[in-house]
Design a binder for this molecule. Structure first.
Ligand code: A2P
Length: 264
């Protein structure tokens, strides 16, 4: 596909320029676009994006992976073979145009959680994207003493984005200083690594808490945020409810929140 053929920017959308693209595996990549001066969002929210290759472009929901203070907008994406958007999106290069709807939304936001001592962020695959935003936001550490980012993927290579993210964050002169409470707990399920297993199983067996040196989840002190596949959301939600946590929303904050990791 080429962007040589031009279509007018649809109503209610920004047309932004790609500044950076990095491929991790044949299934995963991240990219950044310029940030429109008037675009505001809360860390953890998602927005619809697409490509200007049709009069009615295919738009898909993407969690914003950069923090609300970021100068650019970052996204972390899967590549779906034959996917209506990702088949084309995976080929973007710096200088290309990406369309982004003007209104972000979402429930994986600090406002939807009651205050607590620690927050667990449960992610599988590209479900780490909204947490990539939240762990880079100083507000997360103002609200919670400890922030436990749990990321599970099939293979070690799929954990690279998360490892790079946490390494860069710790080295960041501004956020690195306030992010002392961040703990990264990464596991694989298929490739043999030092830490294996689904988060749901590791919680059920108690191994996760033993390895973290933390007590099991307690509604008095702990909060949860979940982002992954439908099956992962269902099972993780059941696990948190088993610990006595209650699902919240923007209009009714409670002790955990859920968002599907979108696939396009
Ligand atoms: P598994 O390898 O045991 O299926 P995917 O790439 O398919 O989206 O999966 C990402 C990660 O999520 C994999 O490590 C996968 O483990 C894990 N996973 C899949 N389903 C569930 C579930 N219902 N609960 C917890 N983890 C899950």
């Amino acid at each position: 596909f080429s962007q040589a053929e031009t279509f007018p920017v649809p109503e209610g959308m920004f047309a932004e320029t790609v500044t950076e693209v990095q491929h991790y595996t044949d299934r995963l990549f991240r990219f950044r676009i310029t940030r429109p001066a008037s675009f505001r969002f809360r860390s953890g929210e998602f927005v619809m994006i697409g490509l200007p290759n049709a009069a009615k472009p295919v738009m898909r929901a993407y969690s914003i992976a950069s923090p609300s203070w970021g100068e650019e907008i970052e996204f972390y994406s899967i590549k779906v073979p034959g996917g209506p958007l990702t088949e084309h999106l995976q080929r973007i290069q710096p200088g290309d145009t990406v369309l982004m709807k003007k209104k972000p939304t979402g429930t994986l936001v600090l406002d939807a959680l009651l205050p607590g001592k620690r927050v667990y962020m449960f992610a599988t695959g590209t479900g780490i994207a909204p947490f990539a935003s939240l762990i880079r936001d100083p507000e997360t550490y103002e609200k919670f003493e400890q922030v436990i980012l749990c990321h599970t993927c099939r293979d070690a290579a799929e954990l690279t984005y998360g490892h790079d993210l946490v390494r860069d964050l710790r080295a960041d002169p501004l956020v690195g200083e306030v992010a002392g409470g961040l703990i990264h707990y990464a596991t694989t399920t298929r490739e043999a690594t030092g830490r294996m297993g689904r988060q749901t199983d590791l919680m059920a067996s108690g191994r996760m808490f033993a390895e973290l040196g933390l007590p099991p989840i307690d509604p008095a002190s702990d909060r949860g945020m979940i982002c992954g596949s439908m099956a992962m959301l269902r099972d993780t939600k059941a696990a948190l409810e088993g610990f006595g946590l209650v699902e919240g929303s923007n209009s009714m904050p409670a002790t955990f929140v859920v968002e599907r990791a979108f696939v396009g």
